[in-house]
Design a protein around this ligand. Structure first.
Ligand SMILES: [Zn+2]
Length: 476
């Protein structure tokens, strides 16, 4: 590779507070709610209406800042960012500019070359804009989203591939979900990315000219847009040209970036301190009260799961990706079930059932106690794996106990060797030709005979005992 990409990400996160950032309007579902049902004089910019900062939103900002090991600034300042926003009647956005809430943090990511620290420059509070819907010859304005609290998290340009940027963004999403400050529901645009990408000749230090791609709503779109920009900028440099510093959009259908406008500098926005809001003061006591709310974060949990349950890195990563999944796993293991077996049942059959039913782990009828019971029925040899799948399906539907289902339906595994021995000899007697060809060296026929015996046992024979007995009798 001739050029080294340099990437920084700005991540806009909608905070799941009950009310908006600067007024008492409820935060409603921006996709499903009727337009303009959550609007008041403050968020529709009526003259004389005054903003008041949402305490819970500030606490969520502090919580994220602490999770990213940021310094929480004792004083931060709200500022007006002046701009023509067709979806924001005030014609400015209240944001934080020179003095943000949180500064100088970091996020650890796993890359192919091991762990890597991505520095976080800042995290600041701001408000979202409304939503425009363009119809034939008009545009419709919906202000439900105007004033919804946002936290903007800005990384340093520490990433050097689209894959690294994606890993950073995914880890950040996992942390936000753990903290319960964001739904993680990407389809509804509750997390949006802006990617700053430049390239420079490998081995040089000086940063190249960067472009900024706005409004990336999915990990996929972000990764594709960055890769597209890396290729486009490299080609320009190869041809002896110069990259323009511009703000761009991403055309998903064409798989291309396009220029929206020349890059504006911060002074174009004429930022100035918001005169209607006092400086935001966070004293030590408040910060420490919020710190007490911090849960164990994904990375720490990952390390603990590896050590405590002796899992593979892959399994541990799947389990810690969501707090509720990790919790379910630990509750199940506490019921004395083997951790590795629990992971296998969760990530295999249980997740498949959940996907088919389109529900998540908090909604299922299979309690941790029930899953532990099922895992133990298998490990104790009471039922075989195929029966266990059938039983899990039943528990998933009706929420009964696996033991009760096994008893009710007579599903217990047959481990009685006399009984299995009888079944094997009756099958061999009925299929003398196949038994002969086995003895002549076509050993593959044993699998077919195994299937015949298992069918006679209605699928419930202990497979290991069955196989041993079958081979014994065939080789007699
Ligand atoms: Zn309002």
């Amino acid at each position: 590779m001739k050029y080294e990409p340099v990437i920084g990400l700005e991540v806009h996160v909608e905070l799941v507070t009950e009310s908006k950032m600067f007024c008492g309007c409820p935060v409603v579902d921006s996709v499903e709610a009727e337009p303009n049902i959550a609007v008041c004089p403050v968020c529709s910019a009526m003259p004389g209406a005054l903003p008041v900062a949402n305490e819970r939103a500030v606490e969520y900002g502090i919580l994220v800042g602490l999770a990213l090991s940021c310094t929480i600034e004792p004083i931060s300042i709200f500022a007006r960012k002046n701009y023509f926003y067709p979806d924001m009647p005030k014609a400015y956005q209240i944001s934080q500019f020179e003095d943000p809430l949180a500064t100088n943090g970091e996020l650890l990511i796993q890359t192919d070359e091991g762990e890597k620290v991505i520095r976080v420059l800042r995290a600041h509070l701001e408000e979202d804009a409304g939503k425009l819907t363009h119809i034939e010859d008009a545009s419709l304005v919906d202000l439900n989203r105007a004033g919804v609290p946002l936290l903007e998290i800005v990384s340093q340009p520490d990433m050097h591939s689209a894959a690294e940027a994606r890993t950073y963004a995914e880890n950040l999403r996992d942390i936000l979900r753990y903290l319960g400050v964001n739904s993680g529901d990407m389809e509804k645009g509750v997390i949006r990315f802006e990617a700053n990408t430049s390239v420079r000749p490998v081995g040089t230090e000086k940063l190249g000219i960067r472009t900024e791609v706005k409004n990336l709503n999915s990990f996929r779109a972000m990764e594709d847009a960055i890769n597209y920009e890396i290729a486009r900028q490299s080609k320009i440099l190869d041809e002896g040209g110069k990259v323009d510093q511009v703000t761009m959009g991403w055309d998903e259908s064409k798989g291309k970036t396009y220029t929206m406008r020349g890059k504006e500098d911060s002074h174009d926005y004429r930022y100035f301190p918001e005169p209607d809001l006092p400086p935001l003061k966070v004293d030590d006591a408040w910060r420490e009260r919020v710190r007490a709310e911090l849960p164990e974060l994904p990375h720490a949990k990952f390390k603990r799961f590896l050590a405590e349950y002796n899992l593979s890195e892959y399994d541990a990563k799947v389990l810690v990706s969501q707090r509720e999944i990790a919790k379910y796993f630990e509750k199940t293991v506490k019921k004395k079930a083997n951790p590795k077996a629990v992971v296998n049942w969760m990530t295999g059959e249980l997740f498949a059932l959940m996907n088919r039913a389109e529900i998540d782990i908090t909604e299922i009828k299979v309690s941790p106690t029930a899953l532990a019971e099922l895992v133990n029925l298998v490990s104790e040899g009471k039922i075989n794996k195929n029966t266990a799948k059938e039983v899990l399906g039943e528990v998933f539907e009706h929420g009964k106990s696996p033991k009760a289902i096994v008893e009710e339906k007579g599903l217990a595994q047959v481990s009685d060797s006399d009984l299995i021995s009888e079944l094997v000899s009756s099958v061999i007697n009925a299929h003398q030709d196949e038994a002969t060809s086995y003895r002549e060296g076509k050993t593959g026929v044993a699998n077919w005979l195994f299937g015949q015996v298992m069918r006679q046992a209605r699928g419930r024979a202990n497979p290991q005992i069955l196989r041993e007995e079958l081979i014994r009798q065939l080789e007699e």
